[in-house]
Design a protein around this ligand. Structure first.
Ligand code: BGC
Length: 776
């Protein structure tokens, strides 16, 4: 049902994909994977005419609200502007009636435009061509543009269309807004105000229409409606056969979270927003779309990655990933971050997880370091909530929330999840209490960013503080085991969420150790080179006391070692658990099939993993383990890993590449690219998987090109898949812009700097000026 070979005008291939038939039971997939956005807001690509089962979502980044005491804060579903109620000869237009031909709905990635068209024949045999276009502007991030063309082909029709701003929506039942004021100015500009119930964020949404027949502007007196949480205008006209009615709708969205309106009266925002709505209406779809196209042209120039592959899908998949990375990222505001579903669905409530630091941040570190910095500043602002969480749990320092929303909110992980198939009760979600590796994941990301960019200013303002206070958390978290004479970290969930309440999850212990190691190293460096920074932080962080805690404990932290078979135990009990035949779950079509037969409690007692855990450790701290140990563990854990989390495949692909198995690496990469873009029509109902999308970039650049930052040095260890002839990509390294061009036989790197640049290629250190060309 998805066509991946769509050619755009000018013979552009692999820049678009289409849905080729309308299936009312499969609405979610394209709503999500074709969603539009610009980091400021995200709009699910719901059809204009409504259907049962649709999920009409508009999210504005950072506008979190808590519905009531029993729920956690979430990104509220703002008023909808996309719905058109249409009548043809007095009967409701719907693709579920009549006949539909030439149907296609396409996401044009190059221009970030959604295009839907078809010929519809009603029960009376009247044939009408419909075409719809839509964009969420990257040029002016407050603007949504829509355009519909209706052409009766054989007989004239009477056509009615009503559309406005509809705030009668909820987040699956939770209504996050107070009823606000509504108004129509000049019988044209609709305005709806809504304010979130708890966080008191004001939204001002405007919309207006432009009508024309065969390109000539039409003035039709609209019917004006204002109802509860809704304002709309509707028009009725006769369209003769062969003539084209064009209906444009320009909408604008502003909120009191916008930096431009911080500290301003609501009236100021309303006035500015109305002026912008009028200006958008004056310019119209085509003119605004041109500006949007230009903004996207700049995006594609900047993130230009070229894959020469026998498999055309690979090119499309990488563009799809880049597209979504751009639309999900709030590059404009450091108080905001990336949700696990981006802005494409209600899944995970708009919250941010380690997904950002570990799976998405590398893309930004190496392609737009300033955005990586902004995302890390979000975590800096999150220190307040992290410190509160530590205190509430009886610890010191900063304990990052497993799920973070507005930076100061602290922990927002919900407590109850899916059904337990044994008891019929909801399963308790323990992550917010005991999935603690997020704290060292944030510290790791700070270090990764710093080493790859050399951004000293960031470290002095934010980075050291994060590293020190997270290390202090770990020092207070460690538990002394008298019998063993060492520190343990008990009662946690590691990355593999199918093992709850475990002791000494290897990933958690090693990463906590690494976090403390970093703090000690930078403390020592600062003490001899920049003691004034330590002095500044002394008061708030009690650094001397913390330093004593780090240094006195670090060498006694238990770091699980490979056993006689070279296997690093994932935790204290994993290797002792029952093993079952996992074949049918490994071959599952839909993730999570295990839970049709087992409860989470039962799964906890089996050697089965949801996602990469030890493999993730090998990827992040690769220097700490020998190739033999890594391979032995891969062979042990991969068959037990169901990849039920979308975060898993990319890591296993990269690891397979590290072991020299580029075929397997490629197979796993392909599976990762199919999580959202592939043919499974239910995989993305609740939204796209942002970490897996970041993981696609990681597979290409960190996997096949083998780009890594190791001990502060840039490494390339390319191993292209057989299906690829060449790979070209740009990166930033220490402020220098590099273009890397790889084939199976050689590497060409050009540098924007006159300074010599050192890097390690396939284990050999090289130093070059401007250009490096080497056989591989
Ligand atoms: C995964 C986590 C991930 C979260 C959000 C869960 O299913 O197990 O690792 O952070 O989804 O994507």
């Amino acid at each position: 049902m998805l066509n991946y070979n769509k050619t755009l005008p000018n013979q552009l291939t692999n820049w678009a994909f289409s849905e080729t038939a309308f299936k009312p039971l499969l609405l979610g997939k394209c709503e999500s994977i074709m969603s539009l956005g610009n980091g400021y807001m995200g709009l699910r690509s719901v059809t204009e005419e409504p259907y049962i089962g649709e999920t009409r979502n508009l999210f504005v980044n950072g506008t979190f609200n808590k519905f009531d005491e029993n729920e956690v804060t979430e990104l509220p579903n703002a008023a909808d502007v996309t719905r058109f109620d249409m009548l043809v000869d007095g009967r409701r237009f719907s693709l579920e009636t009549g006949k539909v031909e030439e149907y296609s709905r396409t996401l044009d990635l190059r221009h970030a435009e959604l295009i839907r068209s078809f010929v519809w024949e009603n029960e009376a045999g009247k044939r009408v061509r419909f075409s719809f276009r839509r964009f969420v502007s990257l040029d002016n991030t407050h603007v949504i543009g829509m355009k519909m063309e209706v052409t009766p082909l054989n007989e004239g029709i009477q056509f009615s269309v009503g559309s406005g701003i509809n705030a009668q929506l909820t987040n699956t039942g939770s209504q996050h807004f107070h009823e606000g004021e509504k108004r129509i100015f000049d019988k044209k500009y609709m305005q709806l105000e809504q304010t979130t119930t708890e966080s008191k964020v004001h939204f001002i949404i405007h919309a207006s229409h432009r009508l024309s027949l065969n390109g000539e502007s039409l003035e039709i007196a609209p019917k004006m409606d204002i109802h509860r949480r809704k304002v709309a205008l509707s028009y009725t006209l006769d369209i003769p056969a062969g003539e084209t009615f064009t209906f444009e709708k320009m909408s604008t969205v502003h909120t009191s979270r916008d930096l431009a309106f911080e500290g301003q009266e609501l009236s100021v925002m309303k006035e500015a927003a109305l002026a912008q709505a009028k200006e958008a209406d004056r310019q119209g779809y085509d003119a605004l779309f041109e500006l949007h196209k230009q903004a996207w042209a700049n995006v594609w120039d900047r993130y230009h990655i070229e894959i020469d592959s026998e498999q055309e899908f690979d090119k499309l998949a990488l563009r799809f990933a880049t597209y979504h990375l751009v639309v999900m990222t709030p590059a404009h505001d450091r108080r905001m971050a990336i949700g696990a579903k981006g802005l494409s669905g209600e899944g995970y409530k708009g919250h941010s997880f380690w997904d950002t630091e570990i799976f998405i941040l590398p893309f930004y570190i190496y392609s737009r370091p300033e955005i990586a910095r902004s995302l890390l500043e979000y975590r800096y602002l999150g220190l307040e909530g992290a410190r509160r969480k530590a205190q509430e749990n009886g610890f010191k320092g900063a304990m990052y929330p497993w799920e973070q929303a507005w930076p100061t909110d602290g922990e927002v992980t919900p407590v109850w999840g899916e059904v337990d198939v044994v008891t019929g009760l909801q399963t308790k979600i323990w992550s917010g209490f005991i999935e603690q590796h997020i704290t060292s994941d944030v510290a790791y990301a700070v270090w990764h960013y710093y080493k790859a960019t050399g951004d000293q200013d960031f470290m002095e303002r934010y980075g050291y503080e994060i590293l020190f206070d997270t290390a202090t958390f770990w020092a207070s978290r460690l538990e002394w085991d008298n019998a063993k004479g060492r520190y343990h970290i008990n009662e946690v969930i590691g990355p593999d969420e199918y093992k709850e309440h475990v002791d000494n999850n290897a990933f958690t212990n090693y990463m906590a150790h690494f976090n403390m190691e970093l703090a000690i190293q930078y403390y020592n460096e600062l003490q001899s080179e920049r003691p004034e920074i330590l002095e500044r932080l002394e008061e708030s962080l009690k650094l001397q006391e913390s330093y004593t805690a780090w240094t006195s404990k670090i060498n006694q932290i238990y770091l699980p070692q490979p056993n006689e078979d070279n296997i690093v135990p994932q935790d204290d009990t994993y290797l002792t658990l029952e093993q079952i035949d996992l074949t049918k779950y490994k071959n599952q079509e839909k993730v999570g099939s295990l839970f049709r037969e087992y409860s989470l409690d039962q799964v906890n007692k089996l050697q089965v993993s949801k996602q990469a855990d030890i493999m993730m450790l090998f990827f992040l701290l690769e220097n700490k383990f020998t190739p033999e140990v890594k391979k032995a563990n891969y062979d042990y854990y991969e068959p037990k890993t169901l990849h039920d989390s979308s975060l898993s495949l990319s890591t296993h692909s990269i690891l397979a590449g590290d072991f020299g198995d580029s075929d397997l690496a490629y197979q796993l990469f392909r599976k990762a690219t199919e999580i959202d873009l592939g043919p499974n029509m239910h995989s993305s109902d609740a939204g796209i998987h942002s970490a897996s999308i970041g993981g696609i970039w990681e597979c290409v650049v960190m996997g096949f090109a083998g780009l890594r930052m190791l001990d502060g040095k840039l490494h390339l260890n390319p191993s292209l898949p057989q299906a690829w002839k060449q790979l070209k990509f740009p990166i930033y390294w220490q402020g220098v812009h590099l273009n890397v061009h790889l084939t199976h036989s050689d590497v060409l790197i050009t540098s924007s700097s006159d300074e010599p640049l050192a890097l390690t290629i396939k284990g050999n250190d090289v130093l070059f000026h401007k250009e490096l060309h080497l056989p591989l």
